[in-house]
Design a protein around this ligand. Structure first.
Ligand SMILES: Cc1cc2nc3c(=O)[nH]c(=O)nc-3n(C[C@H](O)[C@H](O)[C@H](O)COP(=O)(O)OP(=O)(O)OC[C@H]3O[C@@H](n4cnc5c(N)ncnc54)[C@H](O)[C@@H]3O)c2cc1C
Length: 343
């Protein structure tokens, strides 16, 4: 029977990052994925590694550390895999939407707020308005989230990890006098020492008979357009954003829909996203819709990730709930989970 230090359930960005850091530290890793690596939001996100603008200190630390890990992975992924995450360094212009947000960002965080529409228009001529001012971030990157997730996973496979297709249930685990012993599918049995459940918005459902994991699905939709117009910055306002990515498509998002797991893209979301974009920009008269996606973020209150050990079951851990920031936080969450499990 094969023996593993760690079984990882779900190869989204969090599970794939955990597989990467565990394999890099010579742990034997088995990944189970019921769909494919980068299914759901990890393969469909906008991929912006935006600065944290909230007030939770430990989440801020996780953002800073994770951004550092992205920069490291950008430099060294070629040592592990041929899949290029397509990191793209660019400028982020964040438009402040309300007086409260302005107060928070200037007083609490000391950000310099630019209120000069003309100077911003030099950077982005199609911008119509700047609401309560803008903050310009020069240290910002975007990635191809599908490639990044697969890059991390393939790196771990190249270091000896194994992946199987399986719809995991807690009942697949065997315990001996409360000690975790093994994991079985219909065909195989593996000896395992630890389990990490990184199943995105499905994590709470898997945990429900043993642990209360406060993560729920929050649907988000995105539109991708072909356009001949230049758009050189990434721009965010309120909960929306627009950016021309390395695929030369203009990506515009997004929605936040509390609809449980009701799947599928909607005309209503498309209209809402486009209306918000058209309120902010002019000059895009040749937008040609190429793609429209909808998937589920693992949402936790205030986008504060859940990384914890099971209250009831030995050697079971959970990592989920990065909400809107999972692509940015994935490496940080993967590394933190690795430390929780093995230290
Ligand atoms: C429209 C949109 C735009 C976004 N843009 C950004 C952005 O710009 N920047 C950013 O940082 N974040 C962004 N996000 C958020 C980010 O995509 C998510 O937070 C992140 O991908 C969540 O990763 P995860 O690994 O926790 O979950 P997931 O990506 O959901 O992965 C979980 C995996 O677990 C598997 N699984 C589930 N149940 C089982 C089971 N029982 N057995 C086996 N496998 C299982 C699933 O098949 C899936 O592959 C965006 C999200 C959306 C929806």
């Amino acid at each position: 029977m094969e023996k593993y230090d760690l079984l990882i359930v779900g190869s989204g960005i969090v599970g794939s990052s955990l597989a990467f850091y565990s394999s890099k530290n010579n742990k034997k890793v088995l990944v189970v994925e019921k769909n494919f690596t980068g299914f759901n939001s990890s393969g469909n996100a906008q991929g912006g590694l935006a600065p944290y603008l909230g007030t939770d200190i430990s989440t801020k630390k996780m953002h800073d550390n994770s951004y550092y890990l992205h920069k490291e992975f950008k430099k060294m992924f070629r040592n592990y895999t041929e899949i290029n995450p397509n990191y793209d360094e660019k400028r982020l212009i964040h438009i402040i939407d309300s007086a409260e947000e302005k107060e928070l960002l200037s007083n609490n965080f000391g950000y310099r707020i630019n209120n000069d529409l003309n100077s911003i228009k030099n950077l982005e001529p199609k911008l119509k308005k700047i609401n309560h001012g803008v903050i310009i971030f020069d240290d910002y990157m975007e990635v191809d989230s599908f490639n990044l997730t697969n890059s991390l996973l393939s790196s771990s496979l190249n270091m000896g990890a194994k992946i199987i297709t399986h719809d995991f249930k807690i009942e697949n685990l065997q315990f001996n006098k409360n000690r975790l012993e093994s994991f079985s599918t219909n065909d195989e049995r593996f000896l395992i020492k630890n389990v990490a459940i990184t199943a995105g918005p499905w994590t709470s459902e898997i945990a429900k008979n043993n642990d209360h994991i406060k993560v729920k699905p929050l649907k988000g939709q995105l539109l991708k357009f072909k356009t001949s117009q230049d758009f050189n910055n990434s721009i965010s306002w309120g909960k929306d954003y627009a950016t021309k990515k390395k695929d030369d498509l203009l990506w515009i998002g997004t929605t936040e829909e509390d609809v449980k797991f009701t799947a599928g893209k909607t005309e209503e979301a498309k209209v809402k996203i486009l209306n918000s974009f058209n309120e902010m920009f002019n000059g895009f008269d040749d937008l040609n819709l190429i793609d429209h996606t909808a998937c589920f973020r693992p949402y936790s209150e205030n986008n504060i990730p859940v990384i914890k050990k099971s209250d009831k079951l030995s050697n079971i851990f959970y990592g989920s709930g990065a909400g809107r920031n999972g692509i940015k936080l994935g490496p940080g969450m993967g590394e933190k989970l690795y430390q929780e499990i093995f230290s």
